[in-house]
Design a protein around this ligand. Sequence first.
Ligand code: NOJ
Length: 761
Amino acid sequence: MQKLIISLLLMSVIAVACQKGDHTKTSQKDSAVDTKVEALISKMTLIEKIGQLNQYSSRWEMTGPAPESVDSMSLYNMVKEGKVGSMLNITGAVATRKIQTWAVDSSRLGIPLILAYDVIHGYETMFPIPLAEAASWEPELAKKSSRIAAIEASAVGLHWTFAPMVDIARDARWGRFMEGAGEDPYLGAKMAYARVKGFQGDDLSDETTIAACAKHFAAYGFIESGRDYNVVQISDPTLHNIVFPPFKACVDAGVATFMNAFNTINETPATASSYLQRDILKGEWGFDGFVVSDWNSIGELLPHGVAADKMEAAFKAITAGSDMDMEGNAYINNLEELVNEGKVDEALIDDAVRRILKIKFKLGLFDDPYKYCNPEREKSVMRCDEHLAAAKEAAKRSIVLLKNDNKLLPLKKDGLKIAVIGELAGSKDVPLGSWRAKAITNSAVSLLEGMKNTTGSSVIEFVKGPAYTEGLRSFTTELKINTTDKSGMGAAKLLAAKSDVVVIALGEDCWQTGEGRSQTDISMKGFQQELLEEVYKVNKNVVVVLMNGRPIEINWMAENVPAIVECWHLGSEAGIGIAEVLFGDYNPAGKLPVSFPRAVGQQPLYYNHFNTGRPTNGEGNVFWSHYTDESKTPLFPFGYGLSYTSFSYSDLKLSSNELSSGDKILVKASVTNTGDVAGEEIVQLYIRDLVGSISRPVKELKGFEKIRLEPKETKVVTFEITTKDLEFYGASGKWTAEPGEFNLWVGPNSAEGMEANFVLK
Ligand code: NOJ
């Protein structure tokens, strides 16, 4: 009886998912694919179907802990037996062809493997880390860099990237901040959409496009206390209003796959969540691609304490809608028995196989399983001039000028004695960033090289200062920061004292960020703060070049040094991009995609927070929402960034102060370049819903436009507000725009702007 009930339940789960998915019109091409998929499924044995749901990493490159010992030999035999549907971490056209041959020539049905890799911000040509690229507020830039990453990755026989990572992040302690587009769902959704389009193009079967993967579904960026792999407690409205929008944007862009997440959400692991994977993703959103688990996240249902063994874990994951098992060994070892015993309906397996095969067909793998493995193309596209030029463009456009007192920047190319100080300034590796795919170690243009290349007669001298790190630097090892050996401090001071200006590179090694790199302390580590203060004592003309993958604490710096340039980890051409900004060949125009805190204790810190019942200290006592030892505001707000010119905002006009359902308001604002050089400005539109059925954020980004203005030029920027823009997911469990009063701002960042209001009728 129990079996029957489970079986009926499962069938209804699929039926509902399919029914909801029916809303999407299938093109003729899709229906031809469907026919082929059904024909193939009808020939498959149960274990061959389960094999398609099984994914392993190559043993020579592991991007997670090996959950069970599967040696290379047994793994490759499994491929030959058709018990593996996908592999990750196999790279190089020769290697991918070889493994594909085993699947195609040796397995009974010759179903090709889908080969995946973490191509996050480039394959060999490195682009800025995604957090940096979001600072450009240019989705087209992200589309282009993803396109180039796909061109390089596809040439080596890869079909699938585990990107974009679209997790909204609010806690700088989390090392994976660098992988996403920051804290805002609106900006995040725009970047997510663009990245999917960049990777996938318009036709997955094109040999230069690859399938994208929206990850990590969902709420991984909300892990408690910023500690990686930790749990998530989140309200339903926050899940829908803040976390989901970038994922939904990926579905709208036609993303082929999703990856679920390691974390629990309100006590249920995402991997075992039917609500996320079946109700929302495959149901409400009609997603017809497949969901891959994160690395052994099915196996991790055991330590999460929701499965007693792998059998139960497999049952929960497949029931919840996780289609492919990455490195968990749970499906291949248990699903057959679960089906044979009637605990899992074979229709569930068929649904997952159908989704996976469909993507393989769409990629064209059945027409030519080797078409992506192309050694000639591999040789010609990697780090080619065109790709490096795009990386340089992306680097400079991702830079944010945080401070520039007395117009210290740009620097003159001639006649200056410039001291370049700090290990990061000389590093050809740190700018490549974390999650760097096949970047060649030490292949970036360092800041020092970039400056030497760009300057005229100005003399540039370099001193490293105290070493920043010791020992091995790599993706898998914990970084060791030097805290004992101060040698180099004196030389740095001497150089600073005899120079006209000091450019000092500070921040984070790239291996301080990325997966498994959470920190309780986000201030500068090692001797960096001391080095900065010592240098500043002998020369006040200090320009700090920040290299970092998360917001860091820079209070002293922000108060004292005249110029700060946020340069993140900018990729292969970092040094050239930064030098163009420092010497004024390019006028910086990026804006922060994340709030910069004053102290780690403010985390999580984000601009679209709620007001609380006691937002201000009207009475002058302690009984209001604040800290007694630090301001509660950010040091630099979301959306903030300066330019070598200045902009003034005027003439905010609304086409009406009333909005009726189905109608729109046009918002116009004039922006003038009031300085003497041309520049770009990112004009931002925010709203606030003053009274709702549930509390609403104090500000929400609803539009932005990047414009270029010649000196003294004025442009009118027009935004459109519709009822749709005012909708939110509320206590009723529905998206609604509630009538009432709204504030609106148009300005240069989330803390400033011209204000108006309107009423939604
Ligand atoms: C675990 C990470 O969470 C995920 O983002 C990545 O794609 C996989 N490992 C594969 O490397």
